[in-house]
Design a binder for this molecule. Structure first.
Ligand SMILES: Cc1cc2nc3c(=O)[nH]c(=O)nc-3n(C[C@H](O)[C@H](O)[C@H](O)COP(=O)(O)O)c2cc1C
Length: 364
C-alpha cells in the first residue's frame, strides 16, 4: 500500500507537524490561518471535546460497515474531502492526487471553483469517484452558467454553493504571510473565474463590496433553475437559514464556518449542528465540517445528526507531506480508525449511531 519507503507520518497525530516542514511559510499561513485572531477557528476543534462517547459493550461487532449514501450516492464512509482552493500550491499532485485517492476508496470529494487543476482533468483522473463541484458565485450570471454546464458535462453529481463569502474576511495570518490569492495564483478553471471579493472599500459614507450585488436567496433560485444537479448550501450556521434552505429547495446543507476563515466570532459548527438538524432534518441532508480530526469527532458529529463530515486542512497536510500517496494513506488511516471506533462504541453500522451515543460533558 505504501511502497518501499517508510510511511512519512506513522500516526495521525504527527501529520500536521510533518506537513508544516514541507510547505513554504506563506502558503502555510494561508492554509492554517483563520479570520481575525482565529477565535472561531480554534473553537471548532474544541467543541468536539465537549462531548463524550457512551460505548455499549457485548455486542457482536465482528463486522463493521461504514458505507452510507450521500444524496443517493453510495460512498464507502460518511467522510468527505471539503472543497479547498489551490491544491497545486501544496504539492504538484494537486487535485488530481486527491481525485485518484478518493476514487480508489469510493470517498466523496468536493472540488473548489478555485482548484489548481481544471475540473475536466479532475473528472478524467478519477472517473469513478463521487465528486461534487463547489461554486463561488460569480458576479456575472452567465459565468455561473458556464461553470455549472462544465461541471454537469464532467459528471459532477451535485452543486455545492458556498454562501458564507459575500466578501473575504480579514485574515491576519494570511496578511502577515502575504499570500495574495487573487493576483498570483493560477486558477485551473480558467482566467475568467474570479475569487471572492476582497474588501470592503470606502464608498463615501458607506462601505462597498463591489459593483455587482452579492448573492442572495434569489440567486439560489436562479442557480437551481439552470441546473439539474441537486444544490447543497455550504456555510449555513443558523436554524433560520436552515429553514430558508428548505424553502428554496436545497437538497443539502453543509454546516460550516469555512474552517473559521470567514466570520470570526461565528459559532463552532458542532454548537449549531443540533438546531440545524432539528429544523431541516428530514427535508434535506445535513453535513458538517470544521475541526474534524479523529474518528471520535466523526462519531460525535454523526450522533448529533450529521449525514457525513467534511475534512479540510488535514487533507492538505497529507497532500503536502506525500502527494497522492499521502492523501491515500491519510484517508485509509482515518476510515480504519473510524471503523475501529464504531466497533468500540458497540455499533456495527452508521445507521446504528444515534444521539444516545453521546453526552455533553456539562450535562453529566
Ligand atoms: C486552504 C483552504 C482553502 C479553502 N478553500 C475553500 C474554497 O475554495 N471553497 C470553499 O467553499 N471552502 C473552502 N475552504 C473551507 C473548507 O471547505 C472547509 O469548510 C474547512 O476547511 C473545514 O475546516 P477544517 O479545515 O478545520 O477541516 C478552504 C479551507 C482551507 C483550509
Amino acid at each position: 500500500m505504501d511502497g518501499p519507503n517508510p510511511p512519512t507520518f506513522p500516526t495521525l497525530s504527527e501529520l500536521e507537524a510533518v506537513a508544516a516542514t514541507k510547505v513554504r511559510p506563506r502558503v502555510w499561513g494561508y492554509i492554517a490561518g483563520g479570520a481575525g485572531d482565529e477565535r472561531t477557528a480554534r473553537s471548532n476543534e474544541r467543541a468536539f471535546r465537549q462531548w463524550v462517547i457512551r460505548p455499549r459493550v457485548l455486542i457482536d461487532v465482528s463486522e463493521v460497515d461504514l458505507r452510507t449514501r450521500l444524496l443517493g450516492q453510495r460512498v464507502a464512509a460518511p467522510i468527505f474531502v471539503a472543497p479547498m482552493a489551490y491544491h497545486g500550491e501544496v504539492h504538484p499532485d494537486g487535485e488530481a492526487g486527491v481525485a485518484r485517492a478518493c476514487a480508489e476508496q469510493s470517498l466523496l470529494a468536493v472540488y473548489s471553483t478555485l482548484s489548481s487543476a481544471p475540473m475536466e482533468e479532475i473528472a478524467r483522473v478519477g472517473p469513478s469517484g463521487p465528486r461534487w463541484f463547489q461554486l463561488y458565485v460569480q458576479p456575472e450570471f452567465e459565468a455561473n452558467r458556464r461553470l455549472i454546464e462544465r461541471a454537469e458535462r464532467a459528471g459532477f453529481q451535485a452543486l455545492v454553493v458556498t454562501v458564507d463569502v459575500p466578501v473575504l474576511a480579514v485574515r491576519d495570518r494570511q496578511e502577515q504571510g502575504g499570500f495574495a490569492i487573487d493576483a498570483t495564483v493560477p486558477i485551473g478553471n480558467g482566467p475568467g473565474v474570479l475569487p471572492p471579493r476582497r474588501g470592503p472599500t470606502r464608498g463615501g459614507s458607506t462601505f462597498r463590496l463591489g459593483e455587482a450585488p452579492s448573492p442572495t436567496w434569489k440567486t439560489i433560485d436562479e442557480l437551481r433553475s439552470i441546473t439539474r444537479l441537486p444544490v447543497v448550501l455550504k456555510g449555513i450556521l443558523s436554524r433560520e437559514d436552515a429553514r430558508l434552505a428548505v424553502t428554496h429547495g436545497a437538497a443539502g446543507i453543509i454546516v460550516s464556518n469555512h474552517g473559521g476563515r470567514q466570520l470570526d466570532g461565528a459559532p463552532a459548527t458542532l454548537e449549531v449542528l443540533p438546531e440545524i438538524v432539528e429544523e431541516a432534518g428530514s427535508s434535506l441532508e445535513v453535513c458538517v465540517d470544521g475541526g474534524v480530526r479523529r474518528a471520535s469527532d466523526v462519531l460525535v458529529a454523526l450522533a448529533l445528526g450529521a449525514h457525513a463530515v467534511g475534512i479540510g486542512r488535514p487533507v492538505l497536510w497529507a497532500l503536502a507531506v506525500d502527494g497522492e500517496r499521502g492523501v491515500r494513506r491519510y484517508l485509509e488511516m482515518l476510515t480504519l480508525e473510524t471503523a475501529s471506533a464504531l466497533a468500540l462504541a458497540g455499533r456495527r453500522t452508521v445507521g446504528e449511531v444515534d444521539s444516545s451515543l453521546v453526552a455533553h460533558r456539562e450535562w453529566m
